[in-house]
Write a protein that binds this ligand. Structure first.
Ligand code: TRP
Length: 337
């Protein structure tokens, strides 16, 4: 049997370059070797957007278009809408009993995200426990490998703990997953912040038109000490170089630019023009594929329906095994209907 990949994204807007570098690239590269499920995590989106279901509904389609545009192939990878697989909610309910509040409070990603949103004891309970719902996503699909950005590593660690506890208590039913994190590290925001994020206002979206990309690049943070063209500039911590490292296929050209920039004599405007060209080379084809899919959404809905049905079949199989292992009433072999 082939190994399984599961990853997902919260549909709270279109996807950006950070999503691509963090996880989309690996998913596209591996989809032919693994049974791949890609989850549009609309239940998880509700955990901090319960007041805006319209945004989530709209973003389900945006994210699906982004997936198809970057090359997720629905013939091999199932695109699954989380809310349409009730088994995930059911498994979350079982797994919640295997994790403590203290352990959830120690999850660094939850901690950071609560800080960003200003949540303390007023945190929605659903948000606080979303790592458990994510553990349910991963285990319901029987995922061996989870391609994610580095910020999601604590989620996989917590999932492994939950799996071990489940299997010890009830018998070996759930698969222990492993994270796959890209070697290049996180893509910074256009403002130089460590993370690119829609809510941080420092993102370049996969669907941004060329003029917007150019404008965002021209406004990018560089090296504040690099005032004149002739001044030596810093490459480390300069997001323009981080983006070139991530997207310029011509490695030796990048190495040369770095050398020139460090020595002095390469201006920020010239450097940014190069990045605009590189990003256009990458985003241009994505944008045109997206436009083709966006023209007629019916086939996109059909892809979601079909992918969700495949995903649901897989999750239902796991849940049957889970209920049996737990010995819930009615689920023991030979129990009355
Ligand atoms: N938490 C992920 C994010 O914010 C989205 C997600 C939901 C996910 N379910 C998942 C990622 C399962 C990997 C596996 O991007």
């Amino acid at each position: 049997m082939r190994s399984t990949i599961l990853t997902g994204d919260r549909p709270t807007g279109a996807l950006h370059l950070g999503h691509y570098v963090g996880s989309l690239r690996n998913r596209v590269a591996l989809q032919h070797e693994y049974d791949t499920f890609v989850l549009i995590a609309d239940l998880q989106a509700l955990t901090d957007h319960a007041d805006d279901p319209a945004l989530i509904r709209q973003s389900v389609i945006e994210v699906a278009l982004d997936y198809l545009a970057v090359g997720i192939d629905p013939a091999v990878a199932a695109i699954v809408v989380q809310s349409q697989v009730p088994e995930l909610a059911e498994l979350t309910m079982y797994l919640l009993n295997l994790v403590t509040v203290a352990r959830l409070q120690r999850n660094p990603t939850v901690k950071e995200e609560m800080g960003q949103r200003g949540f303390e004891a007023d945190v929605p309970a659903g948000f606080f426990v979303y790592p458990v719902s994510q553990a349910a996503d991963i285990t319901a699909f029987g995922a061996h490998l989870v391609p994610v950005g580095a910020d999601q590593l604590p989620m996989i660690e917590q999932t492994v703990e939950i799996v071990r506890r489940f299997n010890r208590l009830y018998g070996s039913v759930l698969v222990e997953p492993e994270a796959l994190v890209p070697g290049v590290g996180r893509l910074p925001g256009t403002d130089g912040a460590a993370k690119m994020g829609k809510s941080l206002g420092n993102a370049i979206f996969l669907s941004d038109p060329a003029e917007i990309v150019a404008k965002k690049v021209m406004g990018m943070f560089t090296d504040p000490g690099h005032l004149r063209v002739t001044d030596p500039g810093r490459v480390e911590g300069n997001p323009v170089f981080a983006y070139l490292d991530a997207f310029d296929p011509d490695r030796s050209a990048v190495a040369l630019l770095k050398e020139q920039y460090r020595a002095g004599g390469l201006g920020d405007v010239a450097l940014k023009r190069r990045l605009i060209e590189v990003l256009e080379g990458f985003l241009g084809p994505i944008r045109s594929r997206r436009a083709v899919f966006a023209q007629d959404l019916e086939p996109v809905h059909a892809i979601l329906r079909e992918g969700t049905a495949r995903g649901r079949a897989r999750a239902a199989g796991t849940l049957t095994a889970v209920r049996r292992a737990m010995g819930l009433y009615g689920d023991l072999p030979g129990a009355p209907d």
